[in-house]
Write a protein that binds this ligand. Structure first.
Ligand code: ADP
Ligand code: MG
Length: 536
């Protein structure tokens, strides 16, 4: 009775399978990519995202658009996660990854319609990917100057913020990188060592890098030391509070001294903790949660300056830069958990007292982000994040490719020549892959008001010409073709490599689906069926 078991299992399900399922999935991908393609490149337009409460964000960042959008279709969601994966891994190239995925899918749909089996396309796409990756490595420039590095970071910001701000943020990212680059650590180094602090007054161009960790905090007891030339620090990832008496808790007071005894005991416990800290020669105490008021004077008397109520992220930076291990509470503190700092001082930002701490275990820096409104500051912070991420990754893998659609045009030409060396139907899939890559120069041209077909053909011809080559790309400013190294438009190798990887992988995973089972209770399921009939 296997047959009827299936029927039962699918009772509450809409089933789309075979070609219809694929058409449906490709449509979702195309719809999503058309939502972000107009943001590509320095002349890309911005999107205004309005949330349910009417709050608006204006952004040019593909991944921000997608992560904010309410996306229902599972294939569209897959594209959103492709773009997030690109963001995590490379910090740039998020729009490129999405439009490439959608173009790869659209081209494979054409092939499916001419009767080519998806498994042949999968195979062809994989061959094309590995050939393209080799070619990327070959074309990339590896002896890059400091100026070229700066230009590459600035290119990643073009279109996101205006070019003066972009240059300024690029400078800040490189300055911050300078202070942390000696440290060991993976790609999250910039999160662990670079604090972003948004400050209300000043303009975007006044944003600056401050060495050390700056926190919007003032010391708990004004009588304790305001500055220090360094010493020993303890970080508590919890609180220093005695269990409080809940207001509605009822205690049966059997004798007059019971309440006093309760308080005395709490106070003694606190004293013991402070004494323990003092015995470890600690003079700076940082606590994530609260510190009991009664402890305040005790700490000051013991020569300890205390700070309370911190964000976890700040504590992590502090822990990295001082070598202090965070302890759950002071009773679990071991001597090796104590860290050292080299200086502590107070400074005012926007009229608010801040504390600056420098560590002994290498640097941490604070990037003070200024801007006229919260929305501006957020967009500037996002742009700085990208600049910082690209700068850090570039410092580890300093290899560059030409931007302005040059590398994709070159790969397309290379793959077309390579396809003819392949036998079998895979050849057609490799050609489809090559054509898909041209979506990048095409969209860049489109977004700059140029004719996309003329631009792609012209670029291809210019690369094939005698003095051409892979570095000829589209100069968005003049609408002409130009050598991208002379123009200073660079894309990092890791950005392009990762964009190819993740968009091919996403397209292949959609190609592999031949059955979509929709649970019927989902009232939001779009009605693709009617549209599919006139398309298919
Ligand atoms: P993504 O999210 O994919 O990074 P962007 O909007 O940042 O999208 O656009 C990146 C594309 O714009 C890259 O292909 C890059 O080469 C191109 N680009 C950036 N600046 C220029 C420029 N000045 N001239 C031509 N192309 C540029
Ligand atoms: Mg970019």
């Amino acid at each position: 009775m296997v047959e009827s078991d299936h029927e039962v299992a699918l009772e509450d399900t809409d089933r789309i399978h075979g070609r219809s399922a694929f058409v449906n999935n490709v449509k979702a991908a195309v719809a999503l990519s058309s939502a972000v393609r107009s943001t590509l490149g320095p002349k890309g337009l911005d999107k205004m995202l309005v949330d349910e409460d009417g709050g608006a964000t204006v952004t040019n960042d593909g991944v921000t658009v997608l992560e904010t959008a309410k996306v229902e279709h599972p294939t569209a969601r897959l594209l959103v996660s492709t773009s997030s994966a690109q963001d995590r891994a490379a910090r740039d190239g998020t729009t490129t990854a999405v439009i490439l995925t959608s173009e790869l899918l659209q081209n494979s749909l054409e092939l499916v319609r001419t009767g080519i089996h998806p498994s042949v396309i999968l195979n062809g796409y994989r061959i094309a990917l590995s050939e393209a990756q080799e070619e990327l490595e070959r074309v990339s420039k590896s002896d890059i100057s400091e100026e070229q590095m700066r230009l590459a970071v600035a290119t990643s910001l073009s279109g996101k913020v205006d070019s003066a701000v972009g240059d300024h943020l690029t400078g800040l990212a490189l300055e911050a990188l300078d202070s942390i680059s000696a440290d060991e650590g993976g790609d999250d180094l910039e999160r662990l060592r670079v604090k972003r602090m948004r400050v209300k007054d000043g303009s975007t161009m006044d944003s600056e890098v401050v060495n050390g960790l700056v926190l919007p905090k003032s010391r708990m007891d004004i009588a304790s030391e305001a500055t220090s030339e360094g010493g020993r620090i303890v970080i508590i990832d919890g609180g220093m509070e005695s269990p409080s008496l809940d207001l509605d808790a009822s205690i049966e007071v059997t004798n007059l001294g019971a309440m006093k005894e309760f308080h005395d005991r709490a106070q003694n416990r606190m004293r013991e903790q402070v004494e323990q800290l003092a015995s470890m020669d600690v003079d700076l105490l940082v606590v994530r949660d609260g510190i009991e008021e009664v402890a305040s004077t005790m700490l000051t008397d013991a020569g300890i300056t205390a700070y309370r109520r911190f964000e976890r992220e700040d504590l992590e930076i502090l822990s990295r830069m001082t070598g202090a291990n965070m302890a759950r509470d002071s009773s679990r503190l071991r001597p090796e958990d104590v860290g050292t700092y080299t200086s502590r001082s107070e400074q005012a930002y926007s009229g608010i007292k801040h504390t600056r701490i420098d560590g002994s275990e290498g640097g941490a820096v604070t990037v003070v982000i200024r801007g006229s409104s919260p929305a501006v500051r957020e967009e500037v912070e996002r742009a700085f994040d990208d600049a910082m991420g690209v700068a850090l990754r570039l410092s580890k893998e300093p290899r560059l490719l030409p931007g302005g659609g040059a590398i994709q045009t070159h790969l397309a030409r290379h793959l077309r020549a390579f396809a003819s060396s392949q036998s079998g139907r895979e050849q057609m899939a490799i050609e489809a892959y090559a054509a898909a890559l041209e979506i990048v120069p095409r969209t860049l041209a489109e977004n700059s008001g140029l004719d996309p077909i003329d631009a792609v053909l012209g670029l291809s011809a210019a690369q094939a010409a005698k003095d051409g080559g892979a570095w000829v790309g589209l100069d968005i400013g003049s609408g002409q073709n130009a050598k991208m190294d002379e123009l200073g438009v660079f894309d990092p190798l890791f950005v392009s490599r990762h964009a190819l990887d993740c968009s091919t992988e996403a397209a292949c995973s959609v190609l592999r689906i031949d059955d979509v089972l929709w649970a019927k209770q989902d009232a939001q399921t779009p009605d693709w069926q009617s549209e599919m009939e006139d398309q298919d």
